[in-house]
Every structure is written in C-alpha cells, then in structure tokens.
Design a protein around this ligand. Structure first.
Ligand SMILES: Cc1cc2nc3c(=O)[nH]c(=O)nc-3n(C[C@H](O)[C@H](O)[C@H](O)COP(=O)(O)O)c2cc1C
Length: 201
C-alpha cells in the first residue's frame, strides 16, 4: 500500500490531494508540476498541458500562467468553467478538479505573479502572439534566442502576461490499486468542503 496515500480517511485523502498540488506548483520534479486543463469553445472541449504555477490550498484555488493573447483566454472568458487533471504515474493516482476560472491581465495578481516570473520564462511574453500562421519554420531572433535582454526590457512582456485563477468546486481522487481501485469525490462551496463521498471505481 502506498505510504503517500493513506486510504482509510477521506479527510486525509483530501489533505494529501491539496498537498500534492502545492508540491506540484513549487517542485519542478513533482508529477503534478504539469497538469492538463480543458476549456470549452463552441461547445467542444479543448485539452492542453499547462504548468501549475500556484496553489492556494486553503482557498481551494489553482493558478496557471498564459499569454493574454492566446485563444484559451477568450475561451475562458466566454465559458469560465474549466477542468484540470493531474497524474502521478508511479503512485497511479489521478486527481481531477473543476471550477470557475477568472482571467487576470495587468491587475494586482498578474503583477504579483509576474514579479515571481524568472528572466527566462518572461521571454515567452516578449514574442509575437501565439497561434499565428507562419509561412515557414521560424527561428527566434538572436538576442531573444540567447536570452540576451535585461530585466527592464523583459517588462515589455507584462502586458501580454495573464494569470488564470480557478475556484475549485469539485475534486475527484482515483487510485489504481492491485488490491482494488479506490475513488472519492469532494465538493466545495467557496473555500468550504461541503461534502465528500467514497465512490465505486
Ligand atoms: C510541457 C508543456 C507545458 C506547457 N505549459 C503551458 C502553460 O503553462 N501555459 C500555457 O498557456 N501553455 C502551456 N503549454 C502549451 C499549451 O499546452 C497549449 O498548447 C498552448 O497554450 C495553446 O493553447 P490555446 O491555443 O488553446 O490557447 C505547455 C505545453 C507543454 C508541452
């Protein structure tokens, strides 16, 4: 039986799920550092990988960074409900979330997260908008390719930087296990845990 995932108590599972997500946001080696999200556009799901940038476990909030000009920003503004999926393949644990997302551009949260964004990561926001048709494969210009820009110059990227925050209203934990798979779900209202159940798997 896994040592990370005590199975007897729903509250322990709930706490461990959030601890794992916090670790995903702070530790590049965590299996939850990259997660998948799904947005809805024109009635169809759009699935993509993102880096989990911040987790406020007590507030039940998840955060990612993206380009303010990227299609997903418009999709989320139109249809704010998104879902998230994290997987620890070694522990065979999947954690899913859903909740209402909000886009932050040039506000206090965006500034806070931008100030924590490293020199190299800022480059993504100094480029042309994502998703533009190119006539051919494109190389970055030399200064950007070699990260040859000052911190002051990187500030030009701030206007293209967006934080997506998500207020989680549902979490689902699934543990694939040779003695029998386990599954539990958790419902939230605001930051409060409003219900939790074992589910058949
Ligand atoms: C390992 C990995 C991590 C990624 N992290 C992010 C991310 O944190 N934010 C982001 O906007 N896109 C990230 N992407 C790219 C997205 O998966 C997606 O393809 C891209 O943002 C375009 O989405 P859109 O056209 O729906 O806006 C990542 C891709 C990979 C392969």
């Amino acid at each position: 039986m896994s040592e990370i995932w005590p199975i007897t108590d729903l509250n322990d599972i709930e706490s461990q799920c959030w601890r794992s997500m916090v670790s995903g946001s702070t530790n590049r080696r965590s299996p939850f550092h990259t997660v998948a999200i799904s947005t809805i556009y024109q009635g169809k799901p759009h699935l993509m990988t993102v880096v989990l940038r911040r987790v406020d476990a007590e507030d039940r909030k998840l955060y990612l960074h993206t380009d303010a000009r990227s299609p997903k920003v418009g999709h989320i503004q139109k249809h704010p409900h998104i879902s998230w999926l994290g997987l620890d393949p070694d522990e065979k644990v999947q954690i899913r979330f859903s909740g209402k997302a909000m886009v932050h551009i040039e506000d206090e949260l965006a500034r806070e997260q931008w100030d924590r964004t490293g020199h190299h990561s800022r480059r993504a926001y100094m480029l042309e908008p994502p998703g533009i048709l190119l006539p051919e494969r494109q190389e970055l210009a030399a200064p950007l390719k070699g990260f040859h820009y000052t911190d002051d110059e990187s500030e030009s990227g701030f206007r293209n930087f967006a934080v997506i925050s998500c207020d989680v209203d549902w979490m689902d934990w699934y543990h694939l296990h040779h003695q029998g798979n386990l599954r539990a779900e958790f419902h939230y209202e605001g930051s409060l845990l409003k219900g939790c159940n074992w589910l058949s798997s």
